[in-house]
Design a protein around this ligand. Structure first.
Ligand SMILES: NC(=O)c1ccc[n+]([C@@H]2O[C@H](COP(=O)([O-])OP(=O)(O)OC[C@H]3O[C@@H](n4cnc5c(N)ncnc54)[C@H](O)[C@@H]3O)[C@@H](O)[C@H]2O)c1
Length: 352
């Protein structure tokens, strides 16, 4: 199988591509615009493999998308390219509309016309897999879970743009019979995550003796999934999911943000003792909450377990230790990806 993976230089896409090249015989075309969040260094261990190719293409550029489909004749597409950071979407929503909504439309348009021109087995087995988030469902009170039937109620410009893209993908299936699968996943963590997201941000700030920002009281609850478990679920859904279906993916690990930060601090106290600011918890600083901040996300991942046999392998306790150790061992990667303009400053307050 030859798969186009969009956003393959990002956090989750690079995990998917490493798995495809290292654990399967499939070929991969990585289609990525290399925004601040995309880094080819995350793929350096597989980039020389003849089954891997890179296309430096923006999904907003429909002519380039046509060229890529024509040239590579893919068997499937896994679409991860997106603007993905909620705080950035509050400060500058326009890029989220263009990439997440218009970009997804471009891909659907090009992929559907390409699929129209296929025949036989290649046409029957073609798949468009849209990778989305549990944030499209809005938030929950203290109890209950998001299922595949939960109504969409996105809160941020990011989640609203992802919700829009999900609707487009579903409409292409319903209206044109285009073969799609959609996945909605909870918060991911693990190696190669850009250090603007909670877990790498707190780890790196602690090591540098910088404040560890907690939004509001830190009582927002998220369900955390180790990135390699997500990547395995995505590969499974692409190959064995049923056309037209949505699958929720979650880690069964509900934690408050404060719990996550305190866990990181405790692990760092063990791994890097004796630094000036230890215990690292002393660096915790409470800051004004994010506007529209969702209170709780929790995923019911029974469908993918029952129908496709997927379960996460990593517990939060094992995954978080591995992740922190990875950031300690790969300081160079973190340095390189931050050589651009982002310096772990606070974004997304809604203030100019
Ligand atoms: N990170 C999470 O916790 C999480 C959870 C659930 C779902 N998701 C979804 O998974 C996908 C990947 O998330 P991630 O955390 O790896 O994101 P990321 O921000 O790390 O990577 C996004 C990638 O997309 C590329 N990209 C951005 N705009 C592009 C454009 N216009 N054209 C081509 N490429 C472009 C970037 O260069 C980058 O490589 C996203 O669709 C996101 O909504 C993420």
């Amino acid at each position: 199988m030859k798969v186009i993976v969009t956003g393959g230089a990002g956090f989750i896409g690079s995990a998917v591509i490493r798995q495809y090249i290292q654990n399967t015989k499939h070929e991969v075309v990585n289609l990525d615009a290399l925004t601040y969040a995309g880094n080819l260094e995350s793929l350096s261990m597989i980039s020389e493999d003849p089954r891997y190719q890179f296309e430096h293409v923006d999904i907003r550029d429909i002519d380039q998308l046509r060229r890529v489909f024509e040239q590579h004749q893919p068997d499937a597409i896994m679409h991860l390219a997106a603007e993905s950071h909620v705080d950035r979407s509050i400060d500058g929503p326009a890029d989220f509309i263009q990439t997440n909504i218009v970009g997804t439309f471009n891909l659907l348009d090009v992929a559907k016309k390409y699929w129209d021109g296929l025949a036989g087995e290649k046409k029957d087995s073609f798949r468009f897999h849209h990778v989305s988030t549990d944030e499209v469902y809005g938030d929950l009170e203290a109890t209950g879970f998001f299922t595949e039937e939960t109504a969409y109620e996105p809160s941020s410009p990011y989640s609203a743009s992802k919700a829009s893209s999900d609707h487009l993908v579903r409409a292409w299936c319903r209206t044109y019979g285009f073969p799609v699968v959609i996945t909605n996943c909870s918060n991911n963590y693990g190696p190669y995550q850009f250090p603007e997201k909670l877990i790498p941000l707190v780890t790196l700030n602690a090591l540098e003796g910088k404040p560890l920002p907690i939004y509001g009281k830190g009582d927002q609850i998220r369900d955390w999934l180790y990135v390699d478990d997500h990547a395995k679920a995505l590969r499974l859904v692409l190959e064995t999911g049923k056309n037209g279906e949505t699958y929720n993916i979650g880690g069964h690990n509900e934690k408050t943000n404060l719990e996550v930060v305190k866990t990181i601090c405790a692990i760092l106290d063990d791994l890097v003792p004796g630094a000036e600011n230890t215990p690292y918890e002393n660096l915790i600083t409470y800051v004004k909450d994010r506007p529209g901040h969702d209170v709780r996300y929790a995923i019911d991942a029974d469908k993918i377990a029952k129908d496709l046999g997927w379960l996460p392998e990593e517990t939060f306790e094992s995954g978080i230790k591995k992740t922190i150790q990875w950031y300690l061992d790969n300081a160079e990667w973190s340095q390189h990806v931050q050589d651009g303009s982002y310096m772990r400053e606070r974004l997304g307050t809604g203030e100019e």
